[in-house]
Ligand binder design. Structure first.
Ligand code: G6P
Length: 368
């Protein structure tokens, strides 16, 4: 097993470090800089197929559900397509209003999650255009969807998902790019975005190399029983994912909240020293998030900000900072998520937790 970990103490840390390569593999051959689009044949082969799509409905569980939430912003902002995410577990127990012009995307690392599979069967029955976004080749969901896009992230062993999440988001961005080129933006704009997506391995590398610094920061956040993650816009789903990761492996009670929702309840829980992780990269809405950070500080919270490299204004609001290289706002969700993965990992390590096999959790949930 030590050999399989490739010199890393845990599979999770190894998989965090593999992300530049995993992303390279997820992106390779899939960006078309001439057309300003992406090449994803699993999305349908003809322009007519794509033009028919009126709505994108994503289904998934856990971390895969959070990737879908980023996808929702990507499809609406980049492609002008109505998009929504549904919890796979709910999908067939409500009345899913699915038609033949809906693209249903089942997001699943393992391709075996029972609820996601059940949603696929339901959508197939309703005649939707169903595709899978899976990592495991030949998995049940990838077989039953018949078409789809593989992540090519490589095997993920650690129960807490890391590289699968970032590759899922990367593929969703490429899907939105493809749909957006036919509907919303010009070839030049498409090419600009494709170039930004191409930078992902390098952007993530710059975060991964900060691991030792993040370990040092993590010490100051390891001895608390409650932690809040806040963000807005594209970073709101990343806040949810950051909180999920922390609770999974460190057993700290963590909540991800939209920065503006904090004052509708959770702010009552802040006391002197409560950690608040604020995602305040330079994306639309940053100033408002900084305002929310002020509200937290006024209640004595200790603030760790994830900010854009060199943003001195944002740094002023924080007790500690992790810097992310400047990039396209949607693309920035990925390096930000990597920073939070490292933070959770190092907090859990300081607490002496079983990182790769957290109690009560399974890598793949094959029961409803
Ligand atoms: C389990 C895992 C999570 C994962 C979720 C969905 O709960 O512990 O890490 O996000 O299942 O799994 P999937 O394989 O469908 O992405």
């Amino acid at each position: 097993e030590a050999a399989e970990k490739g010199g890393f103490e845990h599979f999770m840390l190894k998989e965090i470090h593999e992300q530049p390569d995993a992303l390279r593999n997820a992106i390779r051959g899939r960006l078309d800089f001439n057309l300003g689009s992406s090449v994803l044949s699993g999305m349908g082969s003809s322009a007519r197929d794509l033009a028919e799509i009126q709505r994108v409905v994503m289904v998934g569980c856990g971390t895969s559900l959070h990737a879908g939430l980023v996808g929702e912003y990507a499809f609406e902002d980049l492609a002008d397509v109505h998009a929504e995410v549904q919890q796979a577990a709910e999908f067939r127990y409500r009345n899913p209003l699915i038609t033949r012009s809906d693209l249903v995307v089942a997001i699943s690392q393992s391709g075996e999650t029972a609820d996601t599979l059940a949603a696929v069967r339901e959508a197939n029955q309703k005649g939707a255009f169903v595709m899978g976004l899976c990592n495991v080749v030949g998995s049940t969901i990838s077989r039953e969807t018949g078409r789809g896009v593989y992540l090519h992230a490589g095997p993920e062993i650690s129960v807490a998902s890391t590289k699968a999440f970032t590759c899922q988001v990367a593929v969703l961005l490429m899907m939105a790019l493809k749909l957006g080129r036919g509907r919303r933006f010009s070839r030049e704009e498409g090419t600009r975005l494709a170039r930004e997506i191409e930078r992902l391995p390098e952007l993530v590398e710059k975060v991964v190399t900060q691991s030792a610094r993040i370990a040092d920061i993590a010490k100051r956040y390891a001895d608390h029983e409650h932690t809040f993650f806040i963000g807005r816009g594209y970073l709101y789903p990343v806040a949810l994912e950051g909180a999920l990761k922390l609770k999974e492996i460190s057993y700290i009670h963590a909540e991800g909240y939209h920065a503006a929702e904090l004052k509708h309840g959770p702010i009552a829980l802040l006391v002197e020293g409560t950690p608040v992780i604020a995602l305040a990269n330079d994306i639309p809405g940053k100033d408002k998030t900084l305002g929310n950070v002020e509200e937290c500080r006024a209640r004595g919270a200790r603030i760790l900000g994830v900010i854009t490299e060199g943003d001195h204004e944002a740094a002023e609001f924080m007790d500690d900072v992790i810097e992310i290289p400047a990039c396209h706002p949607l693309v920035s969700t990925i390096p930000t998520a990597v920073a939070l993965q490292l933070l959770s990992y190092h907090i859990a390590r300081h607490r002496g937790c079983e990182i790769d096999q957290p109690r009560n959790l399974a890598k793949s949930v094959t029961v409803e």
